[in-house]
Design a protein around this ligand. Sequence first.
Ligand code: COA
Length: 379
Amino acid sequence: MTTVEKAKEGLEDVVATASAICYLDGDRGVLAYCGYDIHDLARSATFEEVCYLLWHRRLPTRAELGDLQSQLASARRLPEPILRLMRSLPPVDGMDALRTVTSALGLYDAEVNDASPAAQYRKAIRLTAQVSTVVATWGRLKAGGGAIAPDPVMGHAANFLYMLTGERPNATATRAFDVALTLHADHELNASTFAGRVAAATLTDIYSAVVAAIGTLKGPLHGGANAEVMKMLLDLGQTASADRVEQTIQGKLARKEKIPGFGHRVYRTEDPRATHLRQMSRDLGKRAGNTAWFDMSERIEALVKTEKKLNPNVDFYSASTYYTLGIPIDLYTPIFAVSRISGWTAHILEQYANNRLIRPRADYTGPAYPQRLVPLDQR
Ligand SMILES: CC(C)(COP(=O)(O)OP(=O)(O)OC[C@H]1O[C@@H](n2cnc3c(N)ncnc32)[C@H](O)[C@@H]1OP(=O)(O)O)[C@@H](O)C(=O)NCCC(=O)NCCS
């Protein structure tokens, strides 16, 4: 494949739609939701404020935020048949469970086929509330525990950790998780959001569009990378020497294996989300009295930067961050969805509001036309 052909294959730098949600400048390392810099949002906003921002293109007032919090609180609990379905599933991968259960959620939503903007918005809120409950509950069930009902007085981040562990999370864990949700909430036309928009552009229902997005996020080139990072760190082992880390990474690069958590289609600088996650991984490790995973991650970052001039992306330091928060690896990619559901639904609503079927063309490279059709008994 020539360089031009390669770029075309991945729709690299192709502008496929107009959108008012996410501003991304890969050369300057800028990410902003509706004009608000990700660094400011990570420092000073909560995930619920970010949801409101993505859906309404402006930050909420205190009263508007209160309304949204109540709407999320009343939507968080899962319908009983969904809990039964979850209990009946085999112990599959978290993303497979999430994809199946999200599809089933649509079966119990009386408004599933109501295409009015007000109903679509209510469904965006319900999906955002319930995807979190599904992922936390799946973590409980897979660990052999019972489902824990959401607590209506806790915020979104705290509720997730509570439903997962059964314990009220401390302020540090809650804030770290909340920031992680903010950082993952939207990223312009990433593969899963694009998939969601393509589905929505057929005017299918929002659940179907979100299921398309979840299936796309699962891949190791996209959201699946965070779990792959942690598996790589665990394979090396907490006590791995600097030499062993170096040999392993050099070996992977020599075999032309991709190092999970590095590289990005758009950023030519550091991924601004990685800056926060690196800091978070360091701080949480220090508080927990174990910086081994952070130290190893830093060593790998230095090696990959030197050898390949590649920067870590959002998935690299989220791995050690989630590990230190005690989250099972099987939930890392589903947690990406717990956050990105806000961006997916914002884009899907934007697509519905100004829709045209997305239907590109392909360069035909098959056998020459026309071929003579030889009847079956003569072939
Ligand atoms: C994110 C990603 C899919 C972007 O892909 P892309 O824009 O198509 O870039 P390419 O895969 O064509 O990579 C360009 C070059 O960098 C190399 N490269 C990219 N990411 C790499 C990585 N993580 N480790 C080692 N080499 C990498 C490629 O091998 C390629 O080298 P070449 O030109 O010598 O063949 C890619 O960087 C990747 O697979 N990263 C690992 C998975 C990951 O972390 N995904 C999460 C993204 S947020």
